[in-house]
Design a protein around this ligand. Structure first.
Ligand SMILES: *[C@@H]1O[C@H](CO)[C@@H](O)[C@H](O)[C@H]1NC(C)=O
Length: 370
């Protein structure tokens, strides 16, 4: 088996020998049931992924301009990161890692690190210009699956792009804090779109953009998060995409520190869509430089204009237990709604101190205060 000499595929080797006289279909079933494959090369992992029920990625150096491609894994495959995973340098769009399949389990050994070494790309411009920077981790069609225990360092730009159903992400640490001084930008932790039943618990995110940003999706739950250095917990911007519905989202029991915003909902001016059934509860803020709580309907070309529209409704919003401090030149609460587009809000225990009161709020729904 010359093509397998580079990998340790003990179960596969044994079962190939045992199953040699039987039809290949049977031997396929036998070999998958027990094959743990340890790969030290990204291309070999991609080539042979279908033969392994457990894939150990051991100290992989992904070549420049290539994706660690674990797409279309066989149902039930387990992927384990081991050692340090690194990536060669090239200006391209990425992603550097992509995993898809059903009932996939992605974990890491305790000391494993996935190190993007993003400073090679960082130029303070993120995705707005300068070098073309690869996206990091696509979890697209990674359904009924779990990612847990990953430690990720210094990604070039955005970290997780999530487009999946029933995906749980547990105890993942993203430490892009080197980017604070070295030009990290648009390093969003978790970007979620066109997804349902996404649960993220115990995330630690140190970055320079949204900790979480939900552009569309339903039944999304974020709990026990520790976000710092970035732009806070965000819904939006919603509008102008193929899916403009956000429904049943909870952010709870989390902290946001040293960030531009605490919690935020932003929608696009003159677009249509809906944001419904959203809860932010038990969120502690500190060191917020722009807004503690911000809900605004005036985004155009990625920036707020101060002029809201009402084509996207923001309904059934609960803001409960948002406490802590903002910086002295930050605004504690800012609400800029279109005419009648914000309704049925529950607002309690919003207790932020240290900053300014906004004089620019518009169409604040009853119950809320600005
Ligand atoms: C809302 O989302 C949560 C979290 O995914 C889920 O458990 C719950 O069933 C959803 N509620 C409704 C009414 O769909």
């Amino acid at each position: 088996m010359p093509s397998f000499t580079h990998l340790l595929c003990a179960g596969l080797a044994a079962s190939l020998v045992a199953a040699a006289p039987t039809p290949s279909r049977v031997s396929d079933a036998v070999k998958r049931s027990s094959s743990t494959c340890t790969f030290t090369s990204a291309s070999k992992a991609s080539e042979s992924k279908a033969d392994c029920s457990t894939i150990i990625l051991s100290g992989i150096e992904v070549p420049a301009g290539e994706t660690l491609d674990l797409t279309d894994l066989t149902e039930g495959t387990e992927v384990i990161f081991s050692g340090t995973t690194t990536f060669g340098y090239e200006e391209w769009d990425g992603p550097l890692i992509e995993i898809s399949g059903k009932k996939i389990t992605v974990t890491a050994e305790d000391d494993a690190v996935i190190n993007g070494d993003g400073s090679r790309w960082w130029d303070g411009e993120g995705t707005n210009g300068g070098k073309t920077k690869p996206k990091f981790f696509y979890a697209h069609s990674l359904d009924e699956s779990t990612i847990s225990g990953l430690t990720i360092k210094n990604t070039p730009v955005q970290v997780f792009s999530i487009e999946s159903d029933y995906l749980t992400i547990k105890d993942v640490t993203i430490d892009n804090s080197d980017g604070d001084d070295e030009g990290g930008h648009n390093t969003d932790g978790f970007d979620i779109g066109e997804s349902t039943y996404i649960t993220i618990t115990g995330a630690v995110v140190k970055n320079q953009d949204d900790c979480v940003a939900i552009n569309s999706g339903e039944n999304i739950y974020f709990s026990g998060g520790t976000c710092s250095g970035g732009h806070g917990l965000s819904i939006g911007s919603v509008g102008g995409r193929s899916d403009n519905t956000v429904k049943n989202v909870t952010f709870t029991s989390s902290t946001v520190s040293d960030s531009e915003n605490g919690i935020r909902i932003k929608t696009v001016y003159d677009a249509t869509g809906s944001v419904t059934d959203v809860t932010f509860s038990d969120i502690t803020l500190s060191g917020i430089t722009d807004y503690g709580v911000v809900i605004e309907q005036d985004y155009e070309n990625g920036s707020p204009t101060g002029d809201p529209s009402n084509g996207i409704t923001i309904k059934d919003v609960t803001i409960d237990g948002i406490t802590g401090t903002v910086e002295s030149d930050a605004v504690e609460v800012y609400i800029l709604c279109g005419d009648d587009s914000c309704s049925d809000w529950t607002w309690k225990d919003v207790d932020l101190t240290g900053g300014k009161t906004s004089s620019k709020c518009e169409n604040v729904p009853s119950g809320a205060s600005c």
